[in-house]
Design a protein around this ligand. Structure first.
Ligand code: NAD
Length: 316
């Protein structure tokens, strides 16, 4: 593998004189992954544009609260100036350094799968991994986004009708949410994406096994919403970079529940419009917290306190 990253200047000096690009990359990743040598338990989040992520603070604070010698680092490929081709080195370094595991986010949730020894059934069904556990010499992939959405829904949306649900956005998050909706008991799931091929591919994957006969790709989102009980947004629409609604405001009705998985900002334009329409709503913060709750348990073997993790997540 030939890797010639434009390493962040801070890391160049931390890594020392580079004997080769690959050695320099490994050294830079080692510095980013394990700034406290000898720590009993470490984990990290790997992805791009993750500088503002609240996941490290949730893990660190809960580890400290439980009295664990537990560190959680951020390996932002954008900040480090690393190419996507450095992903295998990053996973290998994390393993070599003895990390308990990695959280994996955009754009690596699918690319990481061929680097693993095993994939848990939830992640295999979804086709995406957001958590890797290193144990007994094996790297096993999990998907805690799926359980995270389902748990958030169970806690805040008890009694919400689950006959027909429209899922908008068939990317990494959408695939996990689609599987979660089936686990929650949704009878008919219609998936819409501006990229019709993606919607069709995810509908095909989720329609296997217990999803058979329950999942379709929708060609017209307004038409699908006309017959729906619930709507979930899994597109980036609503984030500062992508302002606006993912569906026409006129398609919202008071008897439709509306969930968003975007959590920056906490109150998206979709949630605000849905609230004003009289809809029951579920913000994305809960999924972000509960994916971390499950990952923390996988990394540390300890059961975190969900209320405390919510407090660590902080104000919106
Ligand atoms: P992604 O890029 O993998 O997928 C987004 C999908 O949305 C793409 O398939 C794209 O074609 C589609 N899309 C974009 N605009 C659309 C529109 N107007 N109508 C229909 N489809 C549209 O992104 P992702 O990783 O799935 O993340 C999506 C959002 O979910 C991001 O804002 C991310 O931060 C958020 N997210 C939140 C959590 C959480 O824990 N709350 C977890 C994962 C992702």
């Amino acid at each position: 593998m030939s890797i010639e990253p434009a390493l962040h200047p801070d890391l160049r000096s931390e890594a020392g004189p580079l004997s080769s690009p690959a050695a320099g990359l490994a050294a830079a990743l080692a510095a980013a992954l394990a700034p406290v040598p000898g720590r009993a338990l470490s984990a990290a989040l790997i992805g791009r544009g993750i500088g503002e992520s609240r996941t490290p603070r949730m893990h660190r604070a809960e580890g400290a609260r439980l009295g664990l010698d537990y560190g959680y680092e951020l390996v932002d490929f954008d900040r480090l100036g690393l190419p996507d081709t450095a992903l295998p080195v990053a996973v290998a370094e994390a393993r070599r350094l003895g990390l308990a595991g990695l959280n994996v986010t955009h754009p690596f949730k699918q690319a990481v799968i061929p680097l693993l020894d095993a994939v848990a059934p939830d992640a295999a069904a979804i086709g995406a991994v957001n958590t890797i556990v290193f144990a007994d010499g094996r790297a096993t992939g999990h998907n805690t986004d799926c359980w995270g959405f389902a748990e958030s829904f169970r806690r805040s949306m008890a009694g919400a009708p689950l006959g027909r649900v429209v899922l908008v956005g068939a990317g990494g998050g959408g695939m996990a949410v689609g599987r979660a909706l089936l686990d929650l008991g949704v009878e008919q799931l219609a998936i819409f994406d501006v990229d019709a091929g993606r919607a069709a591919a995810v509908a095909e994957r989720l329609g296997r096994g217990d999803g058979a006969g329950r999942v379709t790709a929708a060609a017209d989102v307004a038409e699908a919403l006309g017959r729906a009980d619930g709507l979930v947004n899994s597109t980036p629409m609503g984030m500062a970079k992508y302002p606006g609604l993912p569906v026409p405001a006129t398609a919202l009705r008071a008897d439709l529940w509306v969930a968003d998985i975007v959590y920056f900002p906490a109150e998206t334009a979709l949630l605000a419009t849905a609230r004003a329409t009289g809809c029951r709503v579920l913000p994305g913060k809960g999924m972000a917290i509960f994916q971390a709750v499950k990952a923390f348990a996988l990394f540390t073997g300890r059961t975190p306190d969900a209320e405390e993790m919510t407090r660590h997540f902080g104000a919106p």
